[in-house]
Design a protein around this ligand. Structure first.
Ligand code: NOJ
Length: 762
């Protein structure tokens, strides 16, 4: 046994030196890896191959239903016998080394483990939740934030993150909207690309980069009624034009892995869905990486009512293209039988193993299985001042100014008496958001701490009402206080004595995220009551929202003069918020997701279809597409966000009004800063395809540019319109642009201010 191990190691080690000495190109090293994988594969028994397709959770954290008792001993046994290819939720150099040592030194072939972890928005230095980052529309900042996450995770023994989540969602009830980039496939695709590049860098085998994972393939964000894990039923056009594009963008960024999804899609669970994984992903898109199942999702096909037992579930999953089994214990127990009885072709197993080994080679794990296990680097990298500066920058850029009547903001830096009210204002845990398993509890800078740094104002604090009751953590239901009003009186008294009140209200960090769907999007618990009570004595309120999803804050929007959307901004939350409130940073964020007025409007999104009856036919007449108790309009539209300054759009020009495939139209307009502050504006370009072989949305985002302007300054902003921007998945079942009439819209939100028409001609 030992001999084979030594021989394989020799081949692999030698080829590494050889590769370096030869200075191989990317293509050549790809060929070398292919060769090495083939050599290794030829030496593997079926059991060892299946082992590579088996992923176990570690021994401490859980991010899914807890595994059956007594697993630890079995896991160790399987590790030693080469029946485990990957582990998740093992972290820290020491712990990773411990399991890696077993894989490398005690198994026959010494194949290293790939260590996965949900590094979703930071590892220990926590970035804003992904939805917040999306509000920055700043791809460079998003990429840098992912780089920090990768650097810290990689320094802690991890070499694979289960991110980015690229699920488009139009449903704020779904708790996982916090983990994605919102509702738009174009913005979502740009962000998917930036995040993958941020995690993976240019060279996967560097000690600062980790493999990324585009998830959840596919449709998870369209769970019926916003209830997590629920059924998904979507048509071809939505699947191709809305759900798929960010996955495709992740592939364009060379994402190394995919994760499938808990949901069924049109009757077939994603995990067992050959159309998704074989036909589209590995077929049409030619994807070469591997697909991991979601936690226990192979077994869950039984509860879905799709398969009778685990044996059949394993057969379906592997044949459908799920390469690695996360925590179902299905492949490890049933694949041998399935190969023996001819239900699974050995070539399917070989293909899966090849994909997995390739990524391990690319990560450099065969050259040095302990590449990511340097205790000194772990100490230096985690929480470094550079990482903190990066997440602070990201946090500031993620903030969206929703309202600022009478320029209440920015605040004066001295001579003000400020009351800070709200449980979340002192909360050092909630800003860390939902997915921060490695983050230390209570390590965020609270809003109160951030504000206190501006010490020439007099700050007083009271909680008002308690937001949650009992313990909150990633695995538990979050209980909201709906009874105890004890602090309201004190809050009202304090507000009455102060010039300005900053109220920090919203959701606890564990009220959004996985398994945390809501049917009501109002301020949770007694916070609305508190807000109204305080308003009755002091109208100078700045409402700082901390939340993981759009909220229905109609009363606040009608009443409160200043509202700041501050999401869950991570480790540097309080500092970022204070800088924005005091005007040291002029907010430039724009909403990546529509805020509804009412839950009844959901799904609500800017790129909707017109319907046959879009407008009221005559005063008071009911026969048109509307509600009788609410307008169709959202509270805040997609792309919306204010600045302390104001911008004017004018002078839209098109170089021509019709063009042919292969040509371009140059579009320009003037953007002027008409306010008193220097500021940045995300200018947005939308296009409507007026009629086509399938109906097209009223407008779709097709470009955006961030423009910085000094007060009074103007700039000419240009975009180019080309045929690619007009393409969609048509009635011919292919991506194409159809000739015809289009409208182009420009503005600082999806409620655009300039427009013109053009044609694509033959
Ligand atoms: C289940 C989640 O859906 C998935 O996104 C995550 O990566 C896994 N659990 C592992 O924690």
């Amino acid at each position: 046994m030992k001999k084979i191990f030594v021989a394989v190691c020799f081949v692999l080690f030698f080829s590494k030196i050889y590769t370096q000495e030869k200075g191989l190109s990317k293509e050549e090293s790809k060929a070398e890896i292919k060769e090495k994988v083939a050599v290794l594969l030829s030496k593997m028994t079926l059991k060892e191959k299946i082992g590579q397709m088996n992923q176990y959770n570690g021994f401490w954290n859980v991010t899914g239903p807890t595994p059956t008792k007594g697993d630890a001993a079995k896991k160790y046994d399987h590790l030693k016998s080469g029946q485990v290819g990957s582990m998740l939720n093992v972290r820290g150099v020491e712990e990773v080394k411990r399991v890696q040592k077993i894989a490398v030194e005690e198994t026959r072939l010494g194949i290293p483990l790939i260590i996965g972890f949900d590094v979703i928005h930071g590892y220990k230095t926590i970035s804003p939740i992904p939805l917040a980052e999306a509000a920055s529309w700043d791809m460079d900042a998003i990429k840098k934030s992912a780089q920090v996450a990768a650097r810290e995770a990689a320094a802690s023994g991890i070499n694979w993150t289960f991110a980015p989540m690229v699920d488009i969602s139009r449903d704020a009830r779904w708790g996982r909207v916090m983990e994605g980039s919102g509702e738009d496939p174009f913005l979502g695709s740009k962000i998917a690309y930036a995040r993958v590049k941020g995690f993976q860098g240019d060279h996967l085998n560097e000690v600062t980069t980790i493999a990324a994972c585009a998830k959840h393939f596919a449709g998870y964000g369209f769970s019926e009624s916003g209830r997590d894990y629920n059924t998904v039923d979507v048509g071809t056009a939505t699947l191709h034009n809305v759900i798929f594009p960010p996955f495709k963008a992740a592939i364009d960024a060379d994402v190394k892995t995919f994760m499938n999804s808990f949901n069924e899609l049109n009757g077939i669970p994603a995990t067992g869905n050959a159309f998704l994984q074989r036909d589209v992903l590995k077929g049409k898109w030619g994807y070469k990486g591997f697909v991991v199942s979601d936690w226990g999702s192979i077994n869950e096909m039984i509860a879905h009512g799709y398969t009778k037992d685990k044996l059949r579930a394993s057969e379906i999953a592997v044949n459908a293209g799920s390469d690695m089994d996360m925590e179902s214990y299905a492949y490890v127990n049933y694949l041998e039988t399935l190969v023996a009885n001819g239900k699974v072709d050995i070539e399917k197993i070989n293909d899966a193993v090849r994909r997995i080994l390739t990524v391990k080679f690319e990560l450099g794990l065969f050259d040095n299985p302990y590449l990511y296990c340097d205790i000194e680097r772990e100490k230096e990298e985690i929480g470094s001042s550079k990482n903190i500066a990066t997440v602070l920058d990201m946090a500031k850029k993620s903030i969206v100014l929703l309202k600022n009547e009478n320029q209440l903001l920015p605040l004066n830096k001295k001579g003000q008496k400020i009351a800070v009210i709200g449980d979340l204002a002192q909360d050092k845990n909630s800003p860390l958001g939902s997915w921060r398993i490695a983050g230390e509890d209570n390590t965020a800078v609270s809003v109160l701490e951030g504000l206190k740094a501006y010490d020439q104002n007099q700050i007083s604090y009271t909680k008002g009402v308690t937001l949650t009751e009992g313990k909150t953590d990633f695995t538990l239901e979050t209980k909201i206080n709906t009874e105890n009003r004890d602090g309201i009186k004190e809050a009202v008294a304090l507000a009455a004595k102060n010039d300005i009140v900053i109220m920090v209200l919203g959701e606890n960090g564990f009220q959004s995220g996985e398994g945390r769907s809501r049917t009501n999007l109002d301020l949770p618990g007694l916070q609305q009551e508190l807000l109204e009570a305080v308003y009755s004595v002091n109208k100078n309120i700045v409402l700082v929202l901390m939340n993981g999803r759009p909220l229905t804050i109609n009363w606040a929007n009608d009443t409160i003069p200043a509202i700041v959307e501050a999401w869950h901004l991570g480790t540097q939350s309080g500092n970022a918020i204070a800088e924005v409130l005091y005007g040291d940073y002029n907010p430039s964020g724009k909403l990546p997701m529509t805020f509804p007025k009412s839950v009844g409007q959901i799904p609500i999104y800017y790129n909707y279809k017109s319907t046959g009856r879009p407008k009221i036919p005559a005063p008071n007449m009911v026969f048109w597409s509307h509600y009788i108790d609410q307008t169709n309009a959202p509270l805040y539209e997609f792309g919306y966000g204010l600045s302390y300054t104001t911008f004017k759009y004018s002078n839209l020009k098109l170089s021509k009004t019709s063009f042919k495939k292969g040509e371009k139209i140059k579009l320009s307009f003037t953007l002027k800063n008409t306010g008193k502050y220097e500021g940045k504006e995300v200018t947005q370009l939308y296009i409507q395809d007026k009629y086509a072989s399938i109906t097209r949305p009223v407008k779709e985002l097709k470009g955006f540019k961030m423009v910085s302007l000094k007060p009074g300054e103007s700039k000419e902003v240009t975009f180019f319109i080309n045929e690619e921007m007009l393409q969609f998945y048509s009635a011919n079942n292919k991506w194409e642009a159809e000739e015809g009439e289009f409208t182009v819209f420009l503005g600082g939100s999806s409620k655009t201010v300039l427009e013109d028409n053009f044609m694509l001609v033959n």
